[in-house]
Design a protein around this ligand. Structure first.
Ligand SMILES: O=C(O)CCC(=O)C(=O)O
Ligand SMILES: [Fe+2]
Length: 348
């Protein structure tokens, strides 16, 4: 059961009351010998040209190989030629920044309710000794349209709602193209992931705000986690780093790439691909100087949809790793709040 809500991080900073204990000593998840605010090695994130994934040319084949290599190692790739203009991505980013810059009173009109997950607020607290993340969020289900709860959709800044609708529709097309390209890169039938996720598949957008933090050595922005989605389409901050990925027990810093969309594999795709595509553990660290904004869109199947490793990836040589499941979100949050790796809940 959720505990009563606390002040948002932005309110806490504005009140100037010092740093509550609850934010100290977060789980850092590996990377022994790598201080939380230390300089991490930078990772490379491969760039894929979406338009080439469906070309039968040699270049197209090369692009599919690159996609396969990126998603089976780091579990993250950047997409180019995705059909969404830089100007539009800038607008999404700028309006998100504007929303968080409004007064607490304005933002609280869209406050998340205790026990719910849509709306504006800080970390969901389910136990009294839970370490808290240095993050405020606005979380909205944006697709399909009949699941929208418009009372949580900000009317500020002007035009934000329209932008959200447009962004959702654009990402909806992108998601299906990516699923098809991913299927192709695994030599599967183009539609297999789209069909398994179903026509009623869902999109949740999470707008993340990490205010500057007085103790980046002791406080984390977003604790280590994998995403419970099938894929996540992430618009990271254009200017401020902090996103890190864990590989072979070490943390690596994601480079800052303006106006890109990062595609990360979520647990559901790891399950569907029978573990070939890896859902990476990632986290966000804080800094003392600058706020950081990101917009994460989680694409996941409806709770009623049956999810399992696709036939083409299960064989004697590659035995089935995951069970047939429904409603992965339930498994995910149960494990997440216990600080365990969620996908273990789906293993055979
Ligand atoms: O802020 C970011 O760049 C990443 C956020 C994230 O991992 C998430 O919202 O799941
Ligand atoms: Fe994430």
């Amino acid at each position: 059961m959720e505990k009563p809500k606390l002040k948002t991080v932005q309110e806490l900073v504005a009140a100037g009351e010092g740093l509550p204990e609850r934010y100290l000593f977060p789980p850092t998840g590996g990377g022994e010998g790598q201080p939380l605010n230390g300089l991490m090695p930078e990772m490379e994130i491969s760039a894929i040209d979406l338009s080439l994934l469906f070309s039968s040319s040699d270049e197209g084949q090369e692009e599919l190989r690159k996609l396969h290599s990126a998603l089976s190692t780091w579990g993250v790739v950047q997409v180019r030629n995705h059909g969404i203009t830089e100007a539009f991505l800038d607008k999404v980013y700028a309006q998100t920044k504007q929303f968080f810059a409004f007064s607490t009173e304005e933002k609280q009109k869209y406050a998340r309710e205790v026990g719910g997950y849509q709306g504006y607020g800080n970390d969901i607290i389910i136990s009294d000794d839970q370490a808290l993340d240095w993050i405020d969020r606005l979380h909205l289900t944006t697709y399909p349209e009949d699941l929208r709860q418009l009372k949580f959709w900000p009317e500020i800044p002007t035009g934000f709602r329209e932008t959200l609708h447009e962004y959702t529709m654009k990402l909806n097309i992108l998601r299906d193209q990516l699923f098809k390209g991913m299927a192709r890169s695994l030599e599967l039938e183009d539609n297999c992931f789209v069909e398994m996720c179903g026509e009623n598949s869902i999109m949740d957008i999470r707008f993340n705000m990490y205010p500057p933090c007085p103790r980046p050595d002791k406080v984390i922005g977003s604790r280590p986690h994998t995403d419970g989605s099938a894929v996540t389409l992430l618009l990271p901050d254009k200017n401020v780093g902090g996103l890190q990925f864990l590989k072979d027990g070490n943390w690596y810093e994601a480079p800052i790439i303006p106006d890109t969309i990062l595609v990360t594999v979520g647990d559901v795709l790891e399950i569907m691909s029978n573990g070939v595509y890896k859902s990476p553990i990632h986290r966000v660290v804080t800094n003392t100087e600058k706020e950081r904004i990101s917009v994460a869109t989680f694409c996941f199947p409806h709770a009623e949809q049956v999810i399992q490793p696709v036939d083409g990836l299960v064989s004697e040589a590659t035995p089935r790793l995951y069970k047939t499941i429904k409603n992965y979100a339930e498994i995910y949050f149960k494990y997440y709040h216990q600080g365990r790796k969620s996908i273990e809940g789906a293993m055979v």
